[in-house]
Design a protein. Sequence first.
Length: 322
Amino acid sequence: TPTARTMPPLTDLHPSPDDILGDTLAGLSATPKRLSSKYFYDARGSQLFEQITRQPEYYLTRVELALLASAMPSIAEAVNDCPHVVEYGSGSGRKTQLLLEGLVDPVAYTPIEISRSALLASVERLAEAFPDIEMLPVCADFTQAVPLPRPERPARHTLVFFPGSTLGNFTFDVAERLLRAMHATMGPRGQALIGIDLVKEVARIEAAYNDAAGVTAAFTLNLLARLNRDVGSDFDVGAFEHLARYSSERERIETFLVSRRDQDVHVDGRRFHFEAGEAMQVEYSHKYTDASFDALVGRAGLRVTRRWNAPGDDFGLRLLQP
Ligand code: AVJ
C-alpha cells in the first residue's frame, strides 16, 4: 500500500494577471506585433505540448529521451557527485526521471516551471519515485530572477538542467542573459547540462512544427484563448492561423499567428487593429551548430566541456562549466 506522503512545499511565483496584461499590451503595441511564447503554457497549453511530443514529425523529445538514456552512464561520470539539480522549464519531468536515476547521489531537485499544473503533477510523481531526494518545486517564469530554496541536506554542487532545446525559444541576446543567470545560480564549481536541437535538413525541421494532425497549430492558437481568459482580451481564435517556417539565415523556426481578415482586438479598453494577412510573431525555436552554440556559451562566460550527439547529429546534450 502506498505510504501517506506530504506534498513538497511549493514556492509560487507564478506571473500575476498584471504581468501578463503588461506584456500583452506591450507586444500588441510593437511593430510588428508579437506575443511571448512563455504564455503558451497554461494547463491546456502544457497538455497540448505533451501531445506535440507524441507526434511522428516532432523528433526532438523522442530523440533527446533516447540520447539521455544511452548517454546517461557517461553523463553521470562527467557530472560531479551529490548535486542539487535545478531544472529550468521542467514540464512533465519525463527527462528528469532518467537524469535522477542515473546521477550519483543527487541530494535535491528544484524544478522551475511556469505551468503550475504541470509542475505539481511532475513533482508528485518524482517524489514517489525518489523518496530520498528533497523536492523543492518553484512555480515561476525562469526568465526573471528566481530566489532558489536551500536544500536541508547541503549539496556539494549545483547542476543546472535545461533540456528540450527550450534555450532555442530565446534570441541570442536573451539566451546569453539566461546563461549568465544560470552561471550565477550554479556558481564557480557548478555545471549545466543543456539540450539543443541541431541545424539539419529544412524539411524535417519545418515538418516538426507543422504536424499533419494540427496539434502544433492548436497549441499556438491556445495562446489567444489563454489571454482571453487571463487578461480579458477578445481575440476571435478562429480568425487567426498558425504559420511556422524555417529561416536558414537565422537558423530558427519562426512561428506567427496570421490574421485571416481585417479585424480589431480589444484588451483592457484599448483597441488593436489587424490587417488581413498580418503576421504576429509568437515563438522562435533556434537550431544550433557547434560554432553558434560555443560562441553563445562563451559570451556568458561558460565553456562546453562535453558533447553527446544523437545518431545523425539530430539533437545534442552539452555539459557546460565556468
Ligand atoms: C518546448 C520550447 C522546446 O520550441 O520546439 C514545440 C516548443 N513549439 N512546437 C520547441 C514547441 C512548437 C518547443 N520547446
